[in-house]
Design a protein around this ligand. Structure first.
Ligand SMILES: Nc1nc2c(ncn2[C@@H]2O[C@H](COP(=O)(O)OP(=O)(O)O)[C@@H](O)[C@H]2O)c(=O)[nH]1
Ligand SMILES: [Mg+2]
Length: 374
């Protein structure tokens, strides 16, 4: 038996046994699920000395109060309540940081994960795995009553992750796993912490390949509450994949900024075409088209590239003005460098690209310092 010093009889945990397992439970509006989940944990974990840390992003349905009332009765239960914050991955990371246990497990707070697997995940880590993952896509696993659409989307996201990050996991999107404290500590400095997929983040952020154990399980249907998976979660997932692939070489912000800049061609040409069609002179039409494209770029960068520093209300307006000024200087630098290079008998397109690059780098650097100041 692995749980030394602990009476190995289900439901009987020796007083004062050293903490063995920290169970991290991210919760957002799971009021009806908290109490049954704790009862199930108690049943399943039996002899393992565990603690449960609920990480609640200020749920509106009283989840936090319910956890607190349970915690008053049972000192193994704790809560981290985050105010004005959202995000599954960062919730899990902060929960793990708050536990001193040598093995850390994550389980959803909505009863969709089969808690009876927890002791086996724990045992696998104690037996030497860095990380033990409950997988829906390995022999005997499954996804319960998912719709065909959700099933397909999940398979696609899984395959994307496997291809791009070369992860050996059969279910990199699983939110149900146990990890050794040592493996967590090694990945910690490089974690991106954004988005929904903490397992993929941990594995892709580990400096060494991890020893992985996989156990099949069937995802249960939700009984109460609603899924928080939405389009923002999907966007966050795409960003995590970019960060863990291209982001190793180029900062993710720069990649996004350049992509948004390249996309700016579309509103530019669309506006230009429209205004020329209305009979406007080219110079006037192009001036307006550039202003429209720049405003679109500002809004997109504000929503995507700098979503963590997003400007709202009046600051959106002043931000737009400062972005406009920054980009005007960038445009002048672009023309200046391009002209200089073509004067030095460089081929026209090399001069053009050089000018655009210098302009873009200026825009990126200056706008991050002036427009989206920390
Ligand atoms: N603290 C916190 N928990 C979250 C957040 N988003 C989802 N959760 C919790 O994470 C678990 C999985 O979320 P869920 O919406 O059920 O995802 P699904 O099972 O993939 O549909 C549930 O326990 C949610 O309450 C969040 O932003 N913050
Ligand atoms: Mg769920």
């Amino acid at each position: 038996m692995l749980h030394r010093g602990i009476i190995a009889e289900p439901g009987l945990q020796q007083q004062g046994a050293p903490l063995a397992l920290g169970v991290i439970i991210p919760v957002l509006n799971e009021a009806e699920n908290v109490r049954p989940l704790l009862a199930k944990l108690e049943q399943a974990l039996g002899a393992v000395a565990w603690e449960a840390i609920f990480v609640d992003d200020d749920s509106r349905d009283g989840t936090g109060d319910i956890v607190r009332s349970l915690a008053r009765e049972d000192p193994r239960v704790r809560i981290i309540q985050r105010v004005g914050r959202r995000g599954l991955s960062s919730a899990v990371i902060e929960g793990m940081l708050a536990s001193a246990a040598p093995v850390l497990a994550v389980i959803d707070g909505d009863l969709q994960h089969d808690e009876r697997l927890l002791p086996r995940l724990y045992d696998a880590v104690m037996a030497g795995a860095d990380i033990a993952v409950a997988s829906r896509y390995t022999g005997g696993g499954g996804v319960g009553d998912w719709s065909a659409g959700r099933h397909r989307a999940s398979r696609l996201a899984t395959r994307l992750a496997q291809t791009l990050t070369a992860t050996p996991l059969s279910d990199p999107m699983s939110g149900f796993f146990a990890i050794s404290r040592a493996a967590f500590d090694r990945a910690l400095p490089r974690l991106s912490g954004g988005g929904f997929k903490i397992l993929l983040d941990l594995v892709a952020s580990s400096p060494h390949p991890l020893a992985i154990a996989e156990l099949p399980y069937r995802f249960r249907a939700r009984q109460a509450g609603a899924s928080k998976l939405d389009s923002r979660v999907m966007l966050d997932y795409a960003l995590l994949l970019i960060e863990k692939t291209l982001g190793r070489f180029v900062p993710i912000r720069l990649i996004l900024f350049l992509a948004v800049g390249a996309l700016g061609v579309l509103p530019n040409l669309a506006t230009l075409g429209l205004l020329l069609g209305c009979g406007m002179r080219f110079a006037a039409a192009q001036t307006i088209a550039v202003i429209v494209a720049m405003s679109c770029n500002f809004a997109l960068n504000n929503a995507l590239t700098y979503r963590d520093r997003r400007l709202t209300g009046w600051r959106f307006v002043t931000g737009l003005v400062s972005y406009g000024l920054v980009c005007s200087v960038g445009a002048a630098a672009n023309v200046g460098v391009g002209t200089l290079m073509s004067g030095a008998h460089e081929r026209w397109w090399i001069a053009g690209i050089a000018g655009a690059l210098v302009g873009a780098m200026w825009n990126f650097g200056a706008s991050s310092l002036l427009t989206w100041r920390k």
